[in-house]
Design a protein around this ligand. Structure first.
Ligand SMILES: O=C(O)CCC(=O)C(=O)O
Length: 278
């Protein structure tokens, strides 16, 4: 294939010959996605119920258990919090969250094609954990606010999220704020049953709650970003190639086996997905 480049806009086209921009059919009713998208623009978050079945939750708990060992190294990770990083190398039970059709339907509307996963992890808040500092997830991209979100995230309740066990807290509407510091008294806890999730924009102020209960609170989270941004997790170094080759096409695309046209993300001048068939 040859394509003549004449203008700057031509360079935004998909020049790849074999591995075109990744697109898939999404079974979600467009009217439902549109309604959720409007709510997201207004409030900065939406609640999604029933994303994981009880069986899927059991599987996620079982696959996580062997890795729940290390405490956080600072008050942001949480001194009484266990985090599991590099999840896609360790288990398959988070794949369904990462590529949940309802989540992808919203991401398709929020971001450019071939948006990426930025981070995927499990977070277990143990009894006695203190509230996490409030933050917004795309704050490390130093672009002044107010602005469009550069990322978005789900936090799935693997255990029920209650007011006392550290349910994520968030400030509705704070995605619209300019620069400035949040007032913790405006926080609302994302109380929800296991299997539900909160989906929110990267500009929404939030944080883990304090766990004053006598039970741990397990959550799973996937964060996504525009395809032209640096991801938090360096997935292509983190996940062995033979595991990456077995992942679903959407996840392969989102962890980095995709390009932002015309060639951001190339390897040796070629589409990175070629590496998976070598
Ligand atoms: O654990 C939670 O509920 C929130 C965690 C979070 O926002 C983070 O670690 O960035």
């Amino acid at each position: 294939m040859s394509l003549k480049i004449e203008t700057q806009d031509d360079l935004g086209q998909d020049l790849a010959g074999t591995h075109k921009i990744f697109r898939r059919d999404n079974p979600v009713d467009p009217a439902q996605t549109e309604a959720e998208f409007k709510q997201l623009q207004r409030d900065g978050f939406i609640m999604m119920h029933g994303l994981y079945t009880p069986e899927q939750l059991d599987e996620l708990r079982a696959q996580s258990a062997p890795y729940l060992q290390h405490m956080g190294r600072n008050n942001f990770e949480g001194y009484k919090t266990q985090r599991i990083y590099n999840v896609f190398s360790k288990m398959r039970a988070l794949d369904s969250l990462a590529e949940h059709p309802r989540v992808l339907a919203l991401l398709d509307k929020l971001f450019m094609p071939n948006y990426r996963l930025s981070q995927a992890l499990l977070i277990n808040l143990l009894p006695g954990e203190e509230a996490q500092p409030l933050h917004y997830d795309d704050g490390f991209y130093k672009v002044p606010r107010p602005r469009a979100a550069l990322g978005a995230a789900t936090i799935l309740a693997v255990d029920d999220f209650t007011e006392d066990n550290g349910a994520t807290v968030y400030i509705p509407g704070s995605h619209l704020w300019g620069e400035g510091r949040p007032d913790r008294s405006k926080c609302v806890p994302a109380v929800m049953p296991a299997g539900s999730a909160i989906f929110f924009l990267g500009t929404l102020w939030h944080g883990g709650g304090g766990n004053t209960s006598d039970r741990p609170r397990l959550a799973a989270t996937c964060q996504y970003c525009e395809p032209w941004l640096r991801q938090q997790a360096n997935f292509t170094l983190e996940i062995p190639r033979e595991i990456a080759a077995q992942l679903s096409e959407p996840i392969q695309s989102m962890i980095g086996y995709s390009i932002h046209p015309p060639f951001m993300g190339m390897v040796n001048g070629m589409h990175p997905k070629r590496l998976l068939s070598e």
